[in-house]
Design a binder for this molecule. Sequence first.
Ligand SMILES: [Zn+2]
Length: 348
Amino acid sequence: MTTAPRLLSTWFDGRSPRAQVCELSIEGQELVLTLVGGERRYPLRQVRWAERRSHGQRQSELPDGSLIQHADAGEWDAWRQASGQREAAVVGWMQSWRATLVAMVASVVFLGAAWTWGVPWLSQAVAQQVPRSLEARLGEQSMQQLDRLFLQPSALPAPQQQALRERFASTVERGYPEGDAPPWQLSFHQSKALGANAFALPGGHIVITDDLVKLLADQPDAINGVLAHELGHVHHRHGLDMVVRASLISALVGVVLGDASGFIATVPATLATQAYSRDAERESDAFAARLLHESGVSPSVMVVFFERIQQQEKQEDEAGDSAALPIAVSSHPDHAERIRFFREWQPD
Ligand SMILES: [Zn+2]
């Protein structure tokens, strides 16, 4: 079989980095390597042939761990073709293309299923597993950033702040006589960006703006209702759920690897740009209604809050303003539905 096409190429024995000149030919079902020191033969089936890419060098692995490197891809392909290897190469390429397509379709189906069923379940499960200390850290960091971006110090007199804080504390105490309430800490802020608003962060930071306190100055029970709604988000860990959902992969990696810094870095941005889901809002409304009821206040006190917010939004729409923080309470949609909920709420 001396007529077989030959190709001058380079061979590495797989142990030393020294290249050796070799001559390649295909004889029958064998690849024949002719080296200075002698000849080596490999069954064609056991050779892992270079992938047929259009550019770059061709590298083929031999069953003994050695390899052939050929710098000129065109020359290599031409030699393979001339050696009667063209069919095999094309079939191999077709097969790998088909395998890639199948793998891609499978991945898309898997991701679709994971997104529809897996992610909500998993994010809830992960959110519930996040240790309190990490939750507090996430809340702290987010609070600092949101403070820088959206909040200014409150101009409300300290005694008024203290009175509202104590009023809410006694509501929570009556709702949780055994002292097992979710953690919370209330702060008052002015905010040009948020207007009359309130929001809660993981770990229990609750912020209410001066404008909202003023809007409900004659309705302290409604202020308590808003705060109770925010405490509902803390209790159900909605902020964490949202953050985990938004960055599920990095969160899992972070939690699994014990290095949560990448995850933590994304939290404030997520909390500043995403809104709670409708289900989360309903859960928090239900939480607020129950807490108000248990503290001896009718949940219908919330109706006035929604009515005034609605009225204010109308004015804001005319002025072209809007709340900059989607998790903030007045950004939640469906005022009519929520008014009905609080008006008609009955204890079970
Ligand atoms: Zn809410």
